[in-house]
Structure formats: structure tokens, C-alpha cells
Design a protein around this ligand. Sequence first.
Ligand SMILES: [Zn+2]
Ligand SMILES: [Zn+2]
Length: 308
Amino acid sequence: MRVVILGSGGAFPTTWRMLPSTVLLRKGEMFIFDCGEGTQLQLSKSHLGWARLRAIFITHLHGDHVIGLAGLLMTMSMGSRERPLRIYGPPGIADYVRLTQKYLKFGVAYPLEVEEIEGGVVVDEEEYFIDAIPVKHRVFTLAYRLVERPRPGRFNLEMAQKMSIPPGPLYKHLQSGKEIVLDDGRVVKPDEVLGEPRPGRKVVYMVDTRPFPAAVEFARRADLLIHDGMFDDEMEEEGKMRGHSTTRQAARIAKEAEVDRLILVHISPRYLSIKEMLRQAREVFPNTRIARDLDVYEVPLKQCTSGR
Ligand SMILES: [Zn+2]
Ligand SMILES: [Zn+2]
């Protein structure tokens, strides 16, 4: 999996930070989380295009997270997109899309569905799922995560040969977790030839929120936690009032949740230098980065449970 931060800022865009939008790529599928103003431009700068785009997930209906939506929808239509697109977001998102289309008088040439959600599993696939929980902001806001289900363990070829299992489709059956019956009537269970199941990966996108206890469980052992890092220590009170986190608070969530890496986004335009706020976060959780626009983060496959 690969994560591309299209916009690392919050509130209003600056020449150094665009508004929230993050791309997640997984096996030829692309998902976008939030669609701030300028998202389509950032997409174009990142050379990602939108052919693989399957769904857009909106956290909440604050302008800095949704104003880019109309432009992106229009451009994709002009660009002869045919693949269906789904938008998930909080209650109100369907009206927002419908009324923008109505007043700007634009239709789209591809099937577009908008689904209003309040949490729970929204995409459910064999290899992974995407779910959401409400967070603590000033308006109803969701956090999302993509969670891969564990993969079957590595195939032990030597063992298979020792057990005289003929190579070919039977290997495939075992590899996919199904038991087989050999010609001589012997039954072979997958765990006889497979190593330990290999854990899946987890990427969490949680912006525009104060820290809250359920965030820790939601982010538990994530490979990558992308979190609101709007303010530094000095602005903690302001953050509380405005429903945002300081970098240190985000780092505490990362630490408690035992994530691998913390990527801070939604950085306030007031900060020209991020040195101090980064230091504050790293004091708590060393493996922290403050994202810059168009940063790319790889999320490699995990090989075994102990190697997370
Ligand atoms: Zn925001
Ligand atoms: Zn907001």
C-alpha cells in the first residue's frame, strides 16, 4: 500500500500547504480521504490520475475538507471517466453533492453514488475492509481506516514434497486455506504446509478531532496513523475549543495505540516553521513526521506476527 498526502494543511490553503486530502493506493485501487480545495490540482501534480479511483471518504462538512469535491467530479466527467464512483460521508453529504450539481448545473458521465454514514463498516472485501467511527470535533466528523485481513502463511514447498502432494492446483487450494483430499484418500489440512498467518496492514485517517479515548482502540497497532496535528503546545486551549489536537496529543494517541508510524497533517497555516511542534511530538512518539504536500509513504507487507 502507498499513501500520498495531497494536502497537509488545514483551515485555509497557503503556498506551502494545501487543504486536507490523502490518497491511499492498494493493489490497483485508489481511495481518497477528504477533498479540500485544490485536490484535483494536487492529484495532477502527484501524477496519480483518477482512473483507479474507487471511492472518496469525507470526514465532515467543513469547507476545508469538501470544497474540492465539485471540481474533481466535473473534471473526471470531462475526462471521460466511466468507472462508477462512490462518495461516503456524514449526513448532509448527499445534499451537498446534489445541490452543488443542481446550482452549478453539471451532471456526471459516470455512475455516482453518495452514501451518508454515521460509522461502522462501509467497504467490505475479502482481503480488507474500511470502517469509520465518529470523532470529537465541532460538527459530526468521522475517522476512517483500511484494515487488511490476515493473509495465509507462506507455503512450505519442502513439506509439500515430503508429503508427496502433486504440484499444481492442489498447492493453490492449500495456499488459499482449503483442505484437500489426495488420490490415496489422505486429507491434508492447510496448516500442515502453511506457515503462520501473516498479519494484514492498517492505515488510519483521523483528522479534525480532539484526542479521545476511543481513538486509541481505533488506531491500535496501525502501520500508519495519519492524525490531526493542527497546533503546538502553546495552543492547547485553542485546540480544545476548536476541536483539534496538538502534535503532542496526537503523539500520545500514537504511543498508546502502539502504531508503527505517525504522520501529522492539518497543520495550521500559522506555522511557518514546524521544528518546535515536531520536537514536541517526537518527545512522546519518536517515529513521527509532519507531512508535506505530495509526501509519499510506503506501507510494506508484513511477513509474520512478530515482525510488525
Ligand atoms: Zn479542517
Ligand atoms: Zn473541521
